[in-house]
Ligand binder design. Sequence first.
Ligand code: AHR
Length: 494
Amino acid sequence: LAGEATAVVNVDQDAGRINRHIYGHFAEHLGRCIYDGIWVGPDSPIPNTDGARNDVVTALKNLSIPNLRWPGGCFADDYHWRDGIGPQDKRPKRINMHWGQVIDTNEFGTHEFLNLCELLDTEPYLAGNVGSGTPQEMRDWIEYMTFDGDSELANLRRKNGREEPWKVPYFGVGNENWGCGGNMRPEYYADLYRRYSTYCRSFSGNRMTLVACGANGLDANWTRVMTERIGRRMPAISLHYYTVYPAWANKTVATGFGEEEWAAVLSECLRMRTAIGNAEASLDKIDPRNRIGLFVDEWGAWYQNEPGTPGYALYQQNSLRDALLAGITLHIFHEHNDRVRMANIAQVVNVLQAMILTEGDKMLPTPSYHLFEMYRVHQDATRLPLDVESPEYAFGDHSLPALSVSASKNEAGEVNISIVNAHATEEMDLKIDLKGSEAESVTGRILTANQLDAHNTFDAPNSVEPSGFDNAKLSGATLEAAIPAHSVVVLTLK
Ligand code: AHR
């Protein structure tokens, strides 16, 4: 079976830059994300650089990750940064109260995180503690990390082994303060934001973007109150939206599902558009020139945890479906590139929609990892305006357009078109009118598999991976491609 779809891509137009920061990541002290997943310590038999696993670092470098958010999540509003500095064996053991009440040794702290960011060549995005911390604790952390003068805190940093200050370009003033970050009303948090942010100064040439806590999913009221009470005093505000089906209390599984759950999850992820739209409606009123950034600093699919693993560790497999979910969601971010300037998929290793899973000294790249690698081409490229006419894909009560398409042009003039075919069973014959194109050749890559829930395992870590795609034909300014069912294709025109 094949469906027919058409698109017009305006190659000679400019719809703004796709900020590379929407390809950001998130690492929380949760389950095996930090400990095991990223950090094994310098004495581990697992090959590492100053404690960070080499295999994971190499894999993440291959994604060109633009930023990494840490230490939470919920963990952030119960984290006291002084616990995580100084000699590792002297650091206090604390209860990770949100995530299983396990003991956190604090072996991984500020120095370890910021050094990791340098290793990954990525920009740090820290989340400060509003829920259980003070404005003084927050401002002291910033001084400790970023001040280059002769102050007690800067000297303490030096004593702990770091002479030069780090650059910390992004700093979150709390996390989910409507929930685990203090169960606050937006009116109360708005006042706290005004207070805490007063003391979050940029020191020594470090230009820090402060991020106010934003809404929970589709909640329009939170952003409305924030914009009315804070106005343009906030350079950025966050938004969290997870794809959960059918309900938080009864989440579907990560693998072993049928077409109903395939269609349901992929149509649910489209609600990201509504979540962004709700936040934008308030932001546009006070900031029509889009100075305030919307940072979707937590997103992704949230399923039942894998059998045999503790529920608090949020460890789930990752299938082809997740790669498509990521592709569709990233296209939504591209559409909103005038306002959405950062996004962080949750989370980078071993938690929720992870890029990487580890088990002892083994690691595997997930289908979502491969999607991010294929989509690297869009980072900081110019978005090209386009129109798509796609058949609808429907299964049971769920429906969504079969095709989702996005296009960008890089500095070298190459055009990259990413195409998601969400249809479980039908190929789509896509004909694209490339307005203003002078391209002479097309090449492609595809991510697909025989099964909807295909995934990588530690025994077969490469069963789902991209391969070459030669089912596209360019004649003049017309591009025709047969996009297989349940696949993601990236075409490059030169
Ligand atoms: O990513 C897992 C959790 O989801 C985060 O800690 C929290 O911010 C969100 O509710």
